[in-house]
Design a protein around this ligand. Structure first.
Ligand code: PLP
Length: 364
């Protein structure tokens, strides 16, 4: 912390913490935050502008606090993807899945309670725990970044967490967790189990949504930031039991989801086929990286997502800088637990991916 911040009466448990801060360098080829590289089409933008314009005519009024129309559309989308019939009362939405996860921490975590994660995983999970004064405990994944039911159940039994985070496909490793692990963890804990499926649309594995009817304390979070190519709109959601959704109503801010956001998200869902049509292109570029990176004498970690880990490097920070000097921004995750030597890159457009692969050949 800087001296001026240190001098403020900031909460003791926030002192010394670092804010989330992936570099934002718009002039580079940005392959560092797992966005969909395909910008919205002109026809989608026109439909969105019309819907936002319509919503603007009533901006003197607060938005629908319950976002019923949007949640109904989300339930329909998720039902279509997973084959599980979901009602509006089982779906909740907020400003990005990060807000959804924060609300879960507010409702089910808090002082004196623990959240458990299996690292390396998404760096925001411990930060959201910290922000809600929820204790954080981490167990390590195996060296190949997998997680077995036995290992997960042993951890849950040992720590008795109020919230267990399972991320599949996992960020930053791209690896998946079997539904057997989710089911076993749920049955071994009294707490809630949050399966973070931010990258589900890129994976070939079944969704944990299929376990909801058997698992009353299961929560499955999703986002429109990745496959849906809507990171700038800030829309995340979850599926869970109606009782879990009721618990989240206790902590959400009134009218937390603006009328403009709700309108934009509904237009995106109406264009789901078009927006998700880019997923196959993204996966093709990912698979191309999986094939071509080893030609540079490197390894990649098997991935079911739109990104992958590549390395290992003796000096990952220098490779990161050298790639940036070639105009390509990737993510240096090498400081994370179990990640020494690894960098992460997400699939770009064909041209962006080519630029990355050329730069990589040059610097290695
Ligand atoms: C990107 C990401 C999210 C999404 O965050 P939003 O707030 O919805 O943009 C959630 N979980 C994981 C694991 C992610 O990588």
């Amino acid at each position: 912390m800087n001296a001026a911040l240190e001098a403020l009466p900031v909460r003791d448990d926030l002192r010394g913490k670092q804010p989330y801060g992936a570099p934002q360098l718009p002039d580079a080829i940005q392959l560092n935050v797992n966005e969909n590289p395909h910008a919205p089409s002109a026809s989608f933008v026109a439909d969105l502008a019309a819907a936002v314009g319509q919503a603007a005519t009533t901006l003197n009024r607060y938005p629908d606090r319950e976002a019923v129309a949007l949640r109904t559309d989300l339930a329909g989308y998720l039902s279509g993807r997973t084959g599980v019939a979901l009602g509006v009362e089982q779906v909740w939405a907020a400003n990005g899945s990060n807000e959804v996860l924060q609300q879960v921490c507010q409702a089910f975590g808090g002082p004196g309670r623990l959240a458990l994660g299996f690292e390396p995983s998404y760096s925001m999970h411990p930060l959201l725990a910290a922000g809600t004064s929820t204790g954080w405990v981490a167990e390590r994944r195996a060296a190949d970044f997998t997680l077995t039911a036995d290992q997960a159940v042993a951890a849950v039994t040992r720590h008795r967490p109020a919230i267990t985070f399972l991320t599949t496909p996992n960020n930053p490793t791209g690896t998946v967790i079997g539904l057997d692990v989710v089911q076993a963890v749920h049955d071994a804990t009294d707490g809630v189990v949050l399966v973070d499926e931010a990258y589900a649309e890129f994976a070939s594995t079944p969704s944990a949504v299929t376990l909801l009817d058997r698992c009353p304390r299961l929560i499955v979070s999703r986002t429109m930031s990745k496959a849906f190519a809507m990171a700038g709109a800030r829309v995340g959601y979850l599926a869970a039991s109606p009782a879990v959704v009721d618990a989240l109503r206790l902590v959400r801010l009134p009218y937390h989801l603006s009328a403009l956001t709700q309108a934009a998200a509904r237009v995106a869902l109406a264009h789901a086929d078009e927006l998700l049509g880019t997923v196959e292109q993204v996966k093709a570029q990912r698979d191309r990286m999986v094939r071509e990176i080893p030609a540079s004498g490197l390894r990649v970690v098997p991935t079911e997502s739109n990104f992958l880990l590549f390395g290992p490097f003796d000096a990952p920070a220098q490779v990161w800088q050298a790639l940036l000097d070639h105009g390509v921004l990737v993510r240096d995750v090498s400081g994370g637990p179990g990640l020494a030597g690894w960098l992460r890159v997400n699939a770009g457009t064909e041209a962006e991916t080519t630029a990355f692969l050329d730069a990589l050949k040059d610097v290695t």
